[in-house]
Design a protein around this ligand. Structure first.
Ligand code: SF4
Length: 324
C-alpha cells in the first residue's frame, strides 16, 4: 500500500522519530508537522534540547496543549545526554522507562529505528487488529491489550518491523476508520473477521463511555502601570508550570461581582473542550485596588505575552482576541 508522505518517514534517527511521535499525540498531522519542524530547527540535536531552559521548550510548544509532553521531552533529553551518552536506548523496554514514553511510543521507536520485532499499538492499530481478529474484549482491559499483542506479533515483518507498524497505522488512519471503514480498498479485507461478519463498527469493544466533566475556571485581568498580573501554576496538574491571569474560586468571583470589584460588563467566557472534560473559562477585568494573591504575582507587559508560556485557550483570548 502507499505510504503517507510524511517527512519523518524518511528517517530512522530516533531523535527525529521520538519528537514526531510525542508531538503527534493528541495533535493533527498538519499542525504537528509545523511544530516538529520548529523543534528540529531550534534544537537540531538532543544535546541542544537538553541544554535549553524549560521555559524555552514550553514557549516553543505553546499552542499544542498537553504541556506535560513538552516537560517530558525536556526531561528525557537530559536523561539521554547524561545517562546514555547522547544515544537513545534501542530496546522498547528501556525506552518505556523514559519520561513521556509509553508502550506504544517505545515500540514505534524501537521497531522503526532499531528493528525490534514488536507491534506498536496506538488507537488506530488497536482498531485494525481488533477488527481483523474479531477481538471482543473491552479495549480498556489489560487482557485485550495482551491478546492483541499476541495476535499481532506474528504479522510483524522480521526484516522491516517499523514498516509493518507504519503500514498498520496508515490502514487505521486512512482506511479502517472508526465510522464507515473502506473495506473495499483494504489490503486486509480477505482475512478480516469483522468484514466477513459485516460488523466492523462493533470493534473495538468499549466497556462504557465516560461522561465529560464540566469545569468552570474564573480569571481576573489586573493591570498596573501597563503591566498585567500573572501567576505561575504549580508543577503538577493541568497546565503545570504555565502562566495564567489570577484565578479565583466561584464564591470569590460571585462576591467580587456583587461588590463590583469585577466589572460585570467585561466578563467573557470561552468554552474549551478536552477529550475528558469541558472547561468554561471566564475572564473579567478587575476594578478594585487590592490585588488578590499579590505576593505570588509576576507582572508582564503586553509584548511579553507571545513568548510567555500561556495555556493555548488563555493565549487565544488574551492575545488573539485582544482581550487585554
Ligand atoms: S477489512 Fe475493513 S474492518 Fe477489516 S481491517 Fe480492513 S478496513 Fe478494517
Amino acid at each position: 500500500m502507499n505510504q503517507r508522505l510524511l517527512p519523518w518517514r524518511t528517517s530512522k534517527d530516533p531523535y527525529t522519530i521520538w519528537l514526531s511521535e510525542i508531538i503527534l499525540q493528541q495533535t493533527r498531522i498538519d499542525q504537528g508537522q509545523k511544530y516538529w519542524e520548529k523543534f528540529l530547527n531550534k534544537f537540531p540535536s538532543i544535546q541542544n534540547l537538553a541544554s535549553a531552559k524549560e521555559s524555552e521548550v514550553l514557549a516553543l510548544w505553546s499552542g499544542l496543549g498537553y504541556y506535560s509532553r513538552a516537560r517530558n521531552i525536556h526531561k528525557t533529553s537530559k536523561i539521554i545526554v547524561k545517562n546514555y551518552r547522547n544515544e537513545f536506548p534501542s530496546s522498547s523496554r528501556e525506552l518505556a522507562e523514559l519520561p513521556g514514553i509509553g508502550p506504544y511510543t517505545a515500540a514505534a521507536i524501537s521497531s522503526i529505528c532499531f528493528n525490534e520485532v514488536i507491534p506498536a499499538l496506538d488507537g488506530n492499530a488497536f482498531r485494525v487488529y481488533s477488527r481483523l481478529f474479531g477481538v471482543d474484549l473491552p479495549i480498556e482491559k489489560k487482557i485485550a491489550i495482551n491478546t492483541i499483542k499476541d495476535l499481532a506479533l506474528p504479522l510483524i515483518s522480521k526484516k522491516q518491523p517499523g514498516d509493518s507498524n507504519q503500514a498498520i497505522m496508515d490502514i487505521g488512519s486512512g482506511i479502517c476508520k472508526p465510522k464507515n471503514p473502506k473495506c473495499f480498498v483494504c489490503p486486509l479485507q480477505e482475512y478480516c473477521f469483522a468484514r466477513k461478519n459485516g460488523n466492523p463498527e462493533s470493534y473495538p469493544v468499549k466497556s462504557k463511555i465516560k461522561k465529560s466533566l464540566i469545569i468552570d475556571n474564573f480569571y481576573i485581568i489586573v493591570k498596573k502601570h501597563d503591566k498585567y498580573a500573572f501567576i505561575q501554576r504549580p508543577d503538577k496538574g493541568i497546565w503545570a508550570g504555565l502562566f495564567t491571569p489570577i484565578e479565583m474560586d466561584k464564591k470569590s468571583w460571585r462576591l467580587a461581582l456583587k461588590n463590583k470589584s469585577i466589572d460585570s460588563k467585561s466578563v467573557t467566557t470561552l468554552r474549551h473542550i478536552l477529550s475528558h472534560r469541558i472547561m468554561n473559562l471566564h475572564f473579567s477585568k478587575w476594578n478594585a485596588s487590592n490585588i488578590p494573591e499579590e505576593s505570588k504575582v509576576k507582572w508582564h507587559s503586553q509584548n511579553d505575552l507571545k513568548s510567555l508560556g500561556l495555556p493555548a485557550p488563555i493565549k487565544k483570548i488574551l492575545v488573539e482576541k485582544s482581550y487585554i
